[in-house]
Design a protein around this ligand. Sequence first.
Ligand code: ACO
Length: 337
Amino acid sequence: MNGSVDATPAGYAVTNWISRVAGCGSALPERRLTNQELATTVDTSDEWIAQRTGIKERRIAAQGENTSDLAIAASMAALRQAGIRGPDVDLVVLATCTPDRTMPATAVRVQAALGMTGGIAFDVQAVCSGFVFALSMADNMIRLGQARTAVVIGAETMSRIIDWNDRNSCVLFGDGAGAVVLRAERRTGDQPRGVLSTHLHSDGRHQDKIHTDGGTSSTQTAGKMHLEGREVFLHAVVNLAQASQEALTANGMTKDDLDWVVPHQANQRIVQTLGEKLQLPKEKVVLTVDHHGNTSAASIPLALAEGVADGRIKENDLVLTPAMGSGFTWGSALIRW
Ligand code: ACO
């Protein structure tokens, strides 16, 4: 699998191999929690939530329904679409901040459920940017010949780390999972299909702006989430725009080349502001936050799966996936579907 390495696009090693997207899938818990229902338990209203965030409802995992259950269902759906059997997968990278257990990684539970008896499986923790980080890890391994067929998953049960009495945060999040299958393909032609480049960033100076008040090492609990919404909002808009532009510049492209932007779904206003900054028509931006809420690492693959299922995202479309999350972490991937 090894081949020569060129250094384009900027800072991104291009080899003989490219990670082609072979399929995607998603899974959502059955239970819908509407704004109206939330307003019966915490001091908020449908109007406030809808106007400030665009969210109307979110899904909440049932008791006993864990992150791995959603991840397995999403992975199986993605493999079905790709026409690939579980045992033929040799890499599982799962992004989550809500793992089933502190150890082992939730990814190995997925690996076993897919019937894999070999290969590599591990978790990635970059919160709401997790899917883009996981995609980048899998893509790097495929391009460098360490894997041939990868399942990349974003899966979360955010409902388990929410303080349901905190109206500042509990209205924002939901549960779900999305997955894509990547397959190593020989890179051919001027416009190869697959992951064109990924771009990742972190800045730990902002680690307290979205955080849990616990963890295995410090409190021996998962803790509950706290966030400084306005601060996050301001950084999110800047970082998402920067990561988007970075991907375009690295590939010598402009926003006019894009068919779809599928951003992390934190808040409709953040997504709209990003669209305005990139000067994109809003029809080119896939928005799911209204019915999913913010599902952290799951939000981009959930939105990708929805865009593919309803026929918007088609073969050869150029898709940009900017993400931003706690840490702060942020980044983007540019994919020719
Ligand atoms: N219902 C009613 N009122 C509320 C609610 C609520 N659910 N939440 C806050 N308020 C009140 C506040 O208490 C405040 O009242 P006050 O003026 O009397 O003090 C008022 O509404 C305004 O609060 P702000 O925080 O200034 O409201 P803002 O317009 O900034 O919207 C929001 C808040 C929606 C959280 C927004 O800042 C946001 O979307 N931030 C980014 C999203 C985010 O933090 N995501 C976390 C994950 S990270 C990521 O995904 C990128």
